[in-house]
Write a protein that binds this ligand. Structure first.
Ligand SMILES: [Zn+2]
Length: 364
């Protein structure tokens, strides 16, 4: 049935298992086996892992086929079925069909020896996924990091932070360069911000919704970090780092489910939403909460800016627009975090933003 849809694709089973493990842990299901989906080992035809249906101790007894039809089978307890049903079991979806939808949404990669001709264009929403997801060689970063431009010091960053985030300067385009790495460290693209005028070099056509900027550096910390400030831009994230707050940026004003998955995989348990201090930032906060709470068990707090928060109360004193503004005014230490629901009721009480409309925009 629907499972045959998978015949045209090559699934990265290890990646799927990584995610299932994150979901399993996030849902704290310890009834059978807390370690389920770990100890992943590739045995050629099967990928073995600890079973989510029985306690197989330290010896992975459950396996999924690495090729279509991707069935799973546990040699310990005999549980078996389709990958979609395994996904549904791990993620907590009521049925196999929803498990299948989960797979289609998250993992479909074109197989090199495609069996059925399919309209990839429409599936991938235009463009060639391989190109949009390509990574650049390390030399691309090194080319720029030897140079510095005073602009970046004017932003309040120390040399330590600048080198941590591998910021450089491109003389040709006269732009500050920020390498954007995936959580595994691959360089997806180099963001370039013009020095003499507002704006960025065009990044059109580059896939970035699966990247939380800065997460790669967080994962390199000597001690695991499980609480993260989430903001909009790379300079916001660097500002937080400068102020000793571990942070990541969504590189825009829309949080994507792929980014939520990245946070889960990185072991983040608490996210402090720290978007810009304006009305769009409030909308971004409300929507981000909806998405995070729907797809993960990550706890969500919201950062309150010192003085007044636009969107909640009027500004009577100086308004700080983002993390970098706070850093430059030496105010990063004055932020407060409150639980999301408390924040939402503040927004509700303020009364002039339509919360329901922001959460579920009516399509015009
Ligand atoms: Zn089993």
């Amino acid at each position: 049935m629907q499972n045959s849809l998978l015949s045209s694709y090559q699934l990265e089973i290890e990646e799927v298992l990584d995610d299932l493990r994150a979901y399993w842990l996030a849902r704290s299901i310890s009834r059978y086996n807390v370690s389920a989906f770990s100890k992943v080992t590739n045995k050629g035809e099967n990928i073995m892992f600890l079973c989510p249906f029985h306690d197989d101790g330290n010896n992975p007894a459950c396996g999924v086929e690495t090729e279509y039809p991707y069935r799973y089978n546990c040699f310990g307890c005999g549980a078996h079925g389709s990958l979609a049903s395994l996904v549904a079991h791990a993620v907590g979806l009521p049925n196999e069909l929803l498990g299948m939808q989960f797979i289609m949404k998250n993992y479909l990669v074109v197989s090199s020896n495609e069996r059925n001709p399919i309209d990839m264009e429409s599936i991938l929403n235009g463009g060639n996924k391989k190109d949009r997801m390509r990574s650049l060689p390390e030399e691309e970063v090194l080319r720029y990091t030897k140079k510095r431009h005073s602009y970046i010091y004017g932003r309040g960053f120390s040399e330590h932070t600048i080198s941590k985030y591998e910021v450089g300067y491109d003389e040709v385009t006269q732009a500050i360069t920020f390498p954007v790495r995936t959580s595994k460290g691959l360089i997806r693209f180099i963001k370039k911000r013009f020095v003499s005028r507002k704006g960025f070099l065009n990044e059109k056509g580059i896939e970035k919704k699966d990247i939380v900027y800065g997460l790669y550096y967080i994962l390199q910390a000597p001690k695991p970090i499980n609480e993260l400030y989430l903001n909009e831009s790379e300079t916001d994230t660097m500002s937080c780092y400068e102020g000793r707050l571990p942070a990541g940026a969504i590189l825009g004003r829309i949080l994507f489910v792929e980014q939520v998955r990245e946070l889960m995989r990185a072991g983040i348990k608490t996210v402090n939403l720290f978007f810009d201090n304006d009305e769009a930032g409030v909308a971004c906060t409300l929507r981000a909460y909806e998405l995070i709470s729907k797809h993960s068990a990550i706890r969500v707090n919201v950062v309150l800016y010192p003085n007044r928060q636009y969107g909640i109360t009027d500004i009577e004193e100086q308004k700080y627009k983002d993390s970098n503004d706070l850093l430059r005014n030496n105010k990063l230490g004055s932020i407060k975090t409150i639980p999301y629901l408390e924040y939402e009721s503040m927004v509700r009480d303020a009364g002039y933003l339509d919360i329901e409309e922001i959460k579920n925009p009516t399509k015009n």
